[in-house]
Design a binder for this molecule. Structure first.
Ligand code: NAG
Ligand code: NAG
Length: 289
């Protein structure tokens, strides 16, 4: 009896830890409202520039359900339209919404911003300001769980997700960086954010060291124990490393694979890209708080 953990005390501690672990649960002002935003393209003025973005609502949008809000940023030379439509994954293309809409089962709202010059130079932080304004506009109209905002992207889109995590750590619960590098800056960058990273050792566009550097900032910020030597792929298969001893609520997961610069990398013998499932699992480990 005395040697055992008391389950009530354990549960109370768990609840306490999760309460102090992150910002509290909050439903956006748009909850309960009949939405004016639809699944289509919009334009917004950001620092006197006209910026385009798409919104994708779930089928049969429920105005009383507090949805996850997921930002999906495109690669250099890509576009918001290409994220919405998808491209042939067998030719290195992205699948629609990085494959997340297909598995979200109507629990998420997607935001798909379009970059200036098809990229995310984030001059003077203007793309982070774009993010800020989109959060405001969308959450005023749609029902979002504001402790469950996420960001992901491939290549430049991964760099942009990283820039958001650096500059707006309290606004995103987790990010997923697919084959990213330091291209959109990192203003701030001293606070923890749950981090999923994925990179190929044969990446011929943004080398794997760059991807590891981004990861390592959040390994440090999240208080995780560094892993040495560097994890390597297992033949043609990816290897997933879940970092240990991270602060409660701030995990880091790293997937290393043998491939090139490819958002739709698969494991040997599989035709299903692993990024979508990995990202979705990473994002949905968090409950509203
Ligand atoms: C999708 O969500 C609906 C409604 O919550 C649920 O009944 C259904 O089982 C879910 N489907 C999958 C594949 O998770
Ligand atoms: C990786 O790319 C960065 C940025 O282009 C470069 O500075 C660095 O030398 C490269 N590292 C390796 C190991 O190729």
């Amino acid at each position: 009896m005395y040697g055992r953990k008391n389950p009530v005390v354990a549960l109370a501690l768990l609840v306490l830890v999760s309460l102090i672990g992150f910002v509290s649960a909050e439903r956006s002002a748009g909850c309960g409202k009949n939405p004016t935003i639809q699944s289509k393209q919009y334009t917004i003025n950001v620092n006197n520039k006209q910026r385009q973005y798409f919104v994708k609502l779930p089928d049969r949008y429920n105005k009383d359900y507090a949805h996850r809000l997921i930002f999906t940023w495109h690669q250099l030379g890509g576009s918001a339209q290409k994220i919405v439509n998808g491209e042939d994954p067998n030719r290195g293309g992205v699948i629609p919404y990085y494959g997340l809409n297909a598995i979200a089962n109507n629990t998420a709202i997607f935001v798909v911003p379009n970059g200036l010059n098809n990229g995310w130079g984030n001059q003077g932080g203007e793309d982070v300001t774009f993010f800020d304004q989109l959060v405001k506009v969308i959450e005023a109209d749609l029902c979002v769980e504001t402790s469950l905002r996420f960001s992901t992207g491939f290549s430049y889109g991964g760099a942009m997700s990283y820039a958001v995590a650096c500059a707006r750590p309290k606004m995103v619960r987790a990010i997923a960086v697919i084959s990213g590098s330091l291209l959109s800056g990192c203003s701030g960058g001293n606070d923890p954010v749950a981090y999923y990273g994925q990179h190929g050792t044969s990446d011929s566009v943004l080398n794997v060291s760059g991807g590891r550097q981004l990861r390592d900032r959040f390994v440090r910020n999240n208080g995780c124990t560094a892993v040495s030597p560097e994890p390597q792929p297992n033949g043609q298969n990816s290897v997933k490393t879940v970092y240990k001893n991270c602060k409660e609520g701030y995990p880091v997961t790293w997937v290393i694979h043998r491939g090139d610069h490819n958002p739709s990398q698969t494991d040997a013998g599989s035709s299903t890209p692993f990024a979508p499932k990995n990202t979705w699992e990473f994002f949905t480990q968090f409950a509203p708080q």
